[in-house]
Design a protein around this ligand. Structure first.
Ligand code: PRX
Length: 658
């Protein structure tokens, strides 16, 4: 892997925003968090865990790192994750607090209190028991952003089983491969969801995924959301019928801290998605800690809204587990930002008086393009903290977010983390950190981050390199489902044997970063063949193999080209099979292949553009030089071509593009 550290940002910290005295005076986080963590990192996490969570059986051990990279946190303790998110708030007298302000896409809404959510989860857990689901079993969840998605996840967690949430935008084939990889025994889905004023079906994809009949799935539990007709099979059961058929009471049992909580699939550099495994006690500790301190959460008064779908890690940690563990009141929104009108989000913020908003740069850039007159029609003065996640936020978008949405006063926190890290790792803390537009800035207390060059040497202030985590952390992934070797290779082998790794293995995140003159961290994007489209990770290899699987295609190379709105966009270069070359126009071939990728992986992976070329640029050893294709896709002068086997290839490609 060659390391290319591009300076994507021209800004390097000239603008700064110190916290206001008023904000600091009321902030949840105090400077002692940093000094305490500095003085005793493990003791700090143990204190946080005891303070933020209820342990049925208190732990006496903090970290077991005797067999790296397989960590165990709070190993001899026992807890129930769902009890921590539900029952204990009711027992503490907060049952009447709204947990979810659900806002449906068609405009229907429903407030669900902690007492109601707890009751629903208890029933759903009893349904799972009735269907034979046991602790350790895997349950696939394929739902829209409706309360039942949250209820399902918590019911699975309550039982000590393992959920695998699959984003509703993924196709039947993606669903099938994820169900098979985890050997799921149950799928929870819905007839469909609402999207942009229309019904978007889900059940047919589940039917297609299970069509061959040889799957591990015993039952499909179907939530009625849209009410359209659905095909019905013997294994199918209606959610509402089943919930009505079971007892209301369920007592949460304690499970070991390292009991698996969920698998979440994410793209890697090779074709097959990786099932990232997270466990219970450490994950919930860091999720709750960061949610409280990074967003300055006051559960009694704040209305929090994270716009991510539960199908992604942000939805897991900052819609479900973090906020609910902290007893927060939050908005859950089924729809999209621009439907039925481009002010929908701002209308929701006004309606519920949202005080904390957590969203992605791609959304912010879309709103910037539409213009400030849209948010300015709404009362956004309830907002007091703004967060960003998913990709580097350019300083311009950061400033717009603060000025236009935050009324020029709210702190903006840019939070860096990954599916693998489970929770926020690098972020400013409002009330403590002087923020810099465009920088993720500092490791959160208790997290050890460094920026190293290829041979493991610290790069020093003012320089770029690779982002690494140097010490195990509570919410770290515990592995890749069923593939311990791939886990080691992907994340832990990169710096093995280097001086940097002399005190223990280093976690390589796959991101480039730069330290500015103050030592603050600026993220520079991926350094491997993973791209980031609208804050979602897609692997070039996965899309390439989908393209090559089509009978028209002989070869394909996919690159992420920078895109004003989505951060990166999928651009494909394909060589059409000789036998097929004359049969259709370029437009037709491109339309067919775009539809094919959409059907195989999902609409998020559909290429923005497909270029049909005669040959791909390759090195003498046959490696595709994506760097050169990226230059073409981004309309730049093509870089150094001296290592190409045939240097004329790039000339021909660029000629064709003109
Ligand atoms: O490249 C980084 C980028 O998103 C990747 C992780 O993607 P995923 O696992 O889908 O999780 C996204 C939500 C946590 C990272 O390797 N990324 C995430 N947050 C930031 C970011 N890049 C720059 N700045 C961020 N704040």
């Amino acid at each position: 892997m060659s390391v290319q550290i591009d300076h994507l940002h021209s800004e390097s910290g000239s603008r700064r925003f110190a916290p206001t005295a008023e904000f600091s005076a009321q902030a949840e986080a105090s400077p002692e968090l940093y000094s305490d963590a500095q003085a005793d990192r493990l003791g700090f996490w143990a204190d946080q865990s005891r303070e933020l969570l209820h342990w049925h059986k208190p732990f006496t051990k903090i970290l077991d790192w005797t067999n790296p990279p397989f960590a165990k946190w709070f190993d001899d303790g026992e807890l129930n994750v769902a009890y921590n998110c539900l029952d204990r708030h009711v027992e503490a007298g907060n049952g009447d607090r709204v947990a979810l302000h659900f806002e449906g896409e068609p405009g229907d809404s429903r407030d669900i209190t902690y007492a109601e959510l707890t009751a629903e989860v208890k029933r759903a857990t009893n349904v799972l028991i009735k269907l034979g689901v046991k602790s350790g079993d895997r349950v696939a969840i394929y739902l829209p952003m409706i309360p039942e998605a949250v209820i399902s996840m918590l019911a699975v967690a309550r039982l000590g089983a393992v959920h695998s949430v699959i984003f509703g935008g993924f196709s039947a084939e993606s669903l099938r491969s994820r169900i098979d990889d985890a050997n799921a025994v149950l799928v929870i889905t819905a007839d469909g969801g609402f999207r942009k004023g229309r019904i978007s079906a889900l059940k047919p994809a589940v039917d297609a995924a299970l069509q061959s009949g040889d799957s591990s799935v015993q039952n499909v539990l179907v939530v009625k959301r849209t009410g359209q007709d659905v095909e019905w099979n013997d294994r199918d059961l209606w959610w509402h019928d089943e919930l009505a058929s079971v007892e209301a009471e369920h007592v949460a049992e304690a499970f070991p801290a390292e009991n698996p909580l969920f698998i979440l699939y994410t793209s890697g550099t090779t074709g097959a998605p990786k099932g990232i495994l997270h466990t219970s006690g450490g994950y919930l500790t860091q999720g709750a800690f960061t949610h409280k301190n990074v967003f300055d959460l006051k559960p009694e008064t704040d209305v929090y809204w994270c716009t991510a779908d539960v199908g992604w890690i942000t939805g897991h940690t900052y819609v479900v587990y973090g906020p609910l563990a902290n007893g927060a009141t939050q908005v859950l929104f089924e729809g999209t930002p621009d439907s039925p009108h481009p002010g929908r989000w701002w209308e929701i913020i006004e309606k519920y008086k949202v005080s904390i908003l957590y969203t992605a740069p791609t959304a912010i850039r879309t709103f910037m393009k539409l213009g400030r007159q849209i948010p300015q029609k709404f009362d956004l003065t309830s907002l007091r903290v703004l967060g960003s996640v998913g990709e580097p936020i350019n300083p311009e978008a950061w400033m717009w977010y603060r000025e236009v949405i935050g009324g020029n006063i709210t702190p903006v926190v840019d939070t860096w983390w990954q599916t693998e890290t489970g929770a926020i790792m690098v972020s400013a803390i409002p009330g403590l950190t002087e923020t810099k537009p465009g920088a993720a800035q500092v490791a959160i207390p208790g997290i050890a981050i460094d920026v190293l060059d290829d041979d493991g040497t610290h790069v020093g202030h003012g320089n770029g390199g690779l982002l690494v985590v140097t010490e195990p952390w509570p919410a770290m992934l515990r592995g890749i489902w069923g593939d311990p070797e791939r886990f080691k290779e992907t994340y832990w082998d990169k710096f093995e044997g280097t001086t940097g790794a002399k005190d223990g293995p280093l976690y390589f995140a796959g991101d480039g970063a730069r330290l500015d003159d103050d030592g603050d961290i600026w993220l520079l994007g991926r350094v491997d063949d993973v791209m980031n489209v609208s804050g979602h990770r897609l692997s070039t290899a996965e899309i390439e193999s989908s393209l090559v699987a089509h009978p028209l295609t002989a070869e394909a190379a996919v690159v992420g080209a920078s895109d004003e709105v989505t951060g990166q966009a999928v651009v494909a270069f394909v060589v059409i099979k000789f036998s097929q070359a004359e049969t259709a126009s370029h437009e037709d071939i491109s339309a067919v292949l775009r539809a094919h990728v959409s059907q195989q992986i999902g609409a998020i992976a559909r290429p923005r553009e497909i270029f049909i070329v005669d040959e791909l640029p390759k090195t003498r050893s046959g490696k595709i030089m994506r760097r050169l294709l990226r230059d073409v896709a981004e309309g730049r002068e093509v870089g150094d071509t001296s290592t190409l086997a045939d240097t004329s290839v790039m000339q021909i490609i660029t000629q064709k593009m003109k």
